[in-house]
Design a binder for this molecule. Structure first.
Ligand SMILES: *[C@@H]1O[C@H](CO)[C@@H](O)[C@H](O)[C@H]1NC(C)=O
Ligand SMILES: *[C@@H]1O[C@H](CO)[C@@H](O)[C@H](O)[C@H]1NC(C)=O
Ligand SMILES: *[C@@H]1O[C@H](CO)[C@@H](O)[C@H](O)[C@H]1NC(C)=O
Ligand SMILES: *[C@@H]1O[C@H](CO)[C@@H](O)[C@H](O)[C@H]1NC(C)=O
Length: 667
């Protein structure tokens, strides 16, 4: 849907029967506003009666979270419409700073980042908006939404009143907040309230002047009228709440509602109870079991909260996908990156389909407020095809001149990603052995200094992997002059916890035996640019180099295919592949990690595939290639393989019968 540019249009759409056309609407609007100039749009807390008032009438929101940055823009309207049809009257979403300001002072609000188009779609779907612009958002998003370039000054103290941080925040909000000002409810838009920061009480620093600074900034740009609030878990209320901001809480189905609401009353003695993140499901980490929250538990507590008169936002109502490199990570005993799927076991699945949980929730909502008439749209069509055999294009190191045309940065000791201004993806660290190591010798990086995963290559031969908190040494031999290449992967910056300064790369110089390795060349690799460059060229395998039998280490594979049917959503399954990144028609679908699970398939939304004409898929496999370098497209996702089933591919490569290619021609 085009950006209407005028929030007034959006406002009218709140009451729009589908047969009304826009010009007619505009005319009606003009007449209405002129006919009734006394109507004041307002959304306020009614402390006397412990409720919200919308335009003076009692109001309660039943809201759901959905993140525009996790859903392709062409599908926004579809998802929002389904949320409205589920009985929700509002949506809640974050604005990720790092998605919109990729470099300091460079802003992007186009395409998938078109916040105004998304607000417009929400209005057309008849949904109010609860906005959470951060600056920190968590969201299991890379660095909790903070831009990695903040770490170019390693001394910065994020989420505090450190002037280095505040200066960057102020500049960003001076761009963002004026854009949303016309969208505030009392200005004619659909934003009824705005959250300041996010779960600040869980951060541990408790810098009240930082929260006060943010509040002042919001008030200066957005004015006095808009309802500002905070959200914290029960244990975070102490540090996260602030006198001037309405206090809300977040908790899940297993928590004790009356106990938590009683605690909330200590911070907010009057006004409506609000659970700003009621967990319908939970996130997944690579290497851990898939999370599920059974529907009966979710609906039981929802019903209880609604019967207490609370306003509730369900997190997530539709989770979506961490495309590209955007997933965050947690630190729980060890570094735990979040999976590409953000399905979240939410009421609307990752592919946008209603689940049994949705119908159960809708049934509960219908006991408290009117829900729109009419059935929910059925699940979208799905398709399966394959297997397709991929061809080796060549190894990553063979394309250095394209991956890093500007050439490497030289330094005696290795530098971090941040120091060489590479935010995401991969950096190649290269040096040359200055002594001969005849016996197998321990190679390691002190202080767990690999952030996050290193692919080690000696004179072009893959030696193995080192991984933060998981695998800290390899054994190597080599002659003087042997080239040592280490491709380091950023697996996603920490998005939660008391230290979000999660630097990437080799944080300490590697050690071989008792020798500290120095004299490093660092190549920031622009893999996505290389992939884009390949699309029109239809690259052939002759380009480069390594003999085929069992290529290992970072290598590119590719194929093209056509879909002759009417198409549908599909799920890319990579049996036997280990870990890597995958692109379809140049779009970065995200990371796969078949060998670790629990996610085994990647969601491929139907708009990414071209009907009839050729589609190109490119894989960057980082470790080991299966005997049969094949992929398949399935019609159902596999998100729940268990972590201990490590070598799932040995079960599948040879024995599993795979469907014959259907309506498909591989090139
Ligand atoms: C919930 O908390 C209240 C107040 O602390 C307590 O009386 C009640 O027993 C708790 N309920 C459950 C199920 O634990
Ligand atoms: C993961 O799931 C498996 C199989 O259901 C189970 O045996 C295992 O205990 C689970 N692990 C954890 C940490 O819950
Ligand atoms: C946070 O972690 C980084 C390593 O990524 C470390 O350099 C830094 O000192 C830590 N900061 C704090 C405040 O603990
Ligand atoms: C994964 O989920 C599917 C679909 O819900 C289910 O049939 C299957 O048993 C689950 N597998 C595991 C290992 O839990």
């Amino acid at each position: 849907m085009a950006n209407l540019g005028n929030p007034r249009c959006a406002l009218v759409a709140q009451q729009t029967p589908p047969w009304l056309s826009f010009p007619l609407l505009l005319l009606l609007l003009l007449l209405l506003t002129q006919a009734d100039p006394g109507t004041r749009r307002s959304f306020v807390v009614d402390r006397d009666n412990d409720r919200f008032l919308l335009d003076g009438a009692p109001f309660r929101y039943v809201s759901g979270s959905l993140h525009y940055f996790r859903v392709p823009p062409v599908l926004w309207a579809d998802r929002l419409n389904k949320m409205r049809m589920s009985g929700l009257n509002a949506i809640q979403f974050y604005v990720p700073w790092n998605y919109h300001e990729p470099e300091r002072g460079v802003y992007n609000f186009e395409g998938s980042r078109d916040l105004i188009a998304f607000l417009t779609e929400a209005s057309l779907a008849n949904l109010y908006v609860i906005l959470r612009p951060g600056p920190y958002i968590c969201a299991e998003w890379e660095m909790g939404g903070l831009p990695a370039w903040l770490l170019q000054n390693p001394k910065i103290r994020l989420r505090t009143s450190d002037p280095l941080f505040l200066e960057a925040v102020d500049s960003w909000f001076k761009v963002l907040l004026p854009k949303i000002y016309p969208w505030l409810y009392h200005n004619g838009g659909n934003i009824i309230s705005i959250q300041v920061e996010n779960e600040y009480g869980s951060f541990g620093v408790c810098d009240t002047s930082y929260m006060k600074h943010l509040t002042g900034l919001f008030r200066t740009i957005l004015g006095k009228e808009i309802l500002l609030f905070t959200t914290d878990g029960p244990e975070g209320l102490q540090c996260g709440s602030l006198q001037e901001l309405y206090t809300t809480v977040d908790f899940g189905p297993a928590d004790n509602i009356s106990k938590i609401f009683a605690l909330l009353r200590k911070y907010e003695p009057r006004g409506p109870m609000v659970n700003s993140e009621y967990y319908t499901g939970w996130l997944d980490y690579w290497g851990q079991n898939h999370s599920v929250r059974p529907a009966p538990a979710v609906t039981k507590s929802l019903e209880k909260m609604l019967s207490l008169g609370a306003s509730v936002n369900m997190y997530m109502f539709h989770g979506g996908t961490n495309f590209g490199y955007w997933n965050g990570a947690d630190e729980k005993g060890r570094f735990l990156p979040i999976t590409t799927s953000y399905d979240y076991d939410a009421p609307i699945s990752e592919a946008g389909d209603p689940t049994p949980k949705l119908f159960a929730i809708r049934n509960v909502i219908s006991k408290f407020q009117e829900i729109p008439l009419g059935p929910l749209p059925p699940p979208s069509p799905k398709m399966k095809f394959g297997p397709l055999t991929l061809r080796l294009i060549g190894d990553l190191l063979g394309f250095l001149d394209i991956l890093c045309p500007q050439g490497p940065v030289h330094s005696i000791l290795p530098l971090t990603f941040e120091a060489i201004k590479q935010d995401h993806g991969f950096v190649l660290y290269q040096t040359v052995l200055t002594v001969t190591i005849a016996e197998l010798t321990e190679f390691w990086v002190p202080k767990n200094g690999i952030h996050d995963r290193a692919y080690v290559i000696l004179d072009g031969v893959f030696q193995g992997v080192l991984e933060r908190d998981m695998k800290n040494k390899l054994f190597l031999t080599g002659k003087v002059g042997t080239k040592l290449d280490i491709v380091v992967e950023n697996m996603g910056r920490l998005s939660f916890g008391s230290n979000c300064s999660d630097f990437k790369g080799l944080l300490e110089p590697p050690v071989l035996g008792d020798l500290i390795l120095t004299n490093w060349l660092m190549y920031p690799l622009n893999v996505d640019k290389l992939v884009k460059w390949w699309i029109p060229l239809q690259l052939k395998n002759k380009l480069n180099s390594r003999p085929l039998p069992s290529p290992s280490g970072p290598v590119f594979f590719s194929t093209t295919f056509s879909i002759l049917s009417s198409g549908g959503d599909t799920f890319l399954y990579l049996p036997g592949w280990t870990k890597g990144q995958v692109w379809i028609n140049g779009f970065n679908l995200g990371r796969y990690w078949t060998k670790r699970g629990p996610q085994e398939t990647l969601y491929v939304p139907r708009p990414l595939l071209n009907q009839g004409v050729s589609n190109k898929i490119i894989l960057l496999e980082l470790e080991n290639v299966p005997a049969k370098p094949q992929i398949q497209f399935l019609d159902t996702p596999i998100l729940n393989s268990t972590s201990h089933k490590t070598f799932i591919y040995s079960l599948l490569t040879d024995t599993q019968s795979v469907p014959e290619p259907m309506e498909l021609s591989g090139h």
